[in-house]
Ligand binder design. Structure first.
Ligand code: BG6
Ligand code: MG
Length: 220
């Protein structure tokens, strides 16, 4: 039976995916690399290091480690300036109601984000205390699409992977959930997230259909 719901952060609980996009696009532009919406879709859920490597590969560029780290630093500073004004009002509609329903059913709530800024964003949204366990992106070996972060959160919650559902807006994230042998709920585009067991267009749709979603989990 379902014991835990493990959420991604960026693009699932709030629109920080847009801020990551803006910051990466500006890095790509400064390198003269074309950065399309399609690239952005591929980078969703992917950690910092691999995101920059993707941009460099696209432009057939190689740079030394120092320059690489400087770009990472620049991107993060830009991102931090973009998230500076986040408040609890930026939480997507339905998140608090969904968490309340899950807690009422005794289902634990975990966070599996690839972002090293995750705790900061949770604080700004005012929801850190609602989580039973928050995964640490910096301490897992392999980033999404590898299952590591989802498995580490299940372990932190003390539940088996097959009693968990993961909720993601990124293709790499859905792959990570399925590799962890968990039930995958996608939030966003049907074609992008086709590997997911269930897909909702928005978080609010998941909240409105939460009972059906939980029933589908039990019969999976
Ligand atoms: C993921 C985002 O959650 O975190 C990516 O989807 C982002 O866009 C990644 O690059 C790493 O985030 P950060 O904050 O550690 O640079
Ligand atoms: Mg995401």
């Amino acid at each position: 039976a379902l014991q835990a719901a493990i959420f991604d952060l960026d693009g699932v609980l709030t629109d920080t995916a847009e801020f990551h996009f803006i910051a990466w696009q500006s890095i790509a532009q400064s390198l003269g690399v074309d950065f399309s919406l399609d690239d952005n879709e591929k980078l969703k859920g992917v950690d910092r290091h691999n995101s920059l490597q993707h941009i460099l590969n696209k432009g057939n560029l190689t740079i030394d480690e120092q320059a690489f780290n400087q770009l990472l630093d620049r991107k993060n500073k830009h991102y931090l300036s973009l998230i500076a004004s986040i408040t609890p009002q930026h939480l997507f509609e339905g998140v608090l109601a969904c968490f309340t329903s899950l807690k009422a059913r005794g289902i634990k709530i975990g966070l599996a984000s690839a972002s090293k800024n995750a705790t900061l964003v949770l604080n700004k949204l005012g929801i850190e205390s609602l989580f039973d366990f928050v995964g640490d992106a910096a301490s897992v070996k392999n980033s999404k699409p590898a299952p590591d972060i989802f498995l580490s959160v299940a372990a932190g919650l003390g539940v088996d992977a097959h009693d968990c559902m993961g909720i993601e807006d990124a293709a790499a994230g859905v792959t990570a959930i399925k590799s962890a042998k968990m039930y995958a709920v996608g939030i966003g585009d049907k074609n992008t997230l086709c590997q997911a067991d269930q897909i909702f267009t928005t978080f609010n749709q998941l909240n409105l259909h939460l009972s059906d979603c939980l029933t589908a989990f039990e019969s999976s």
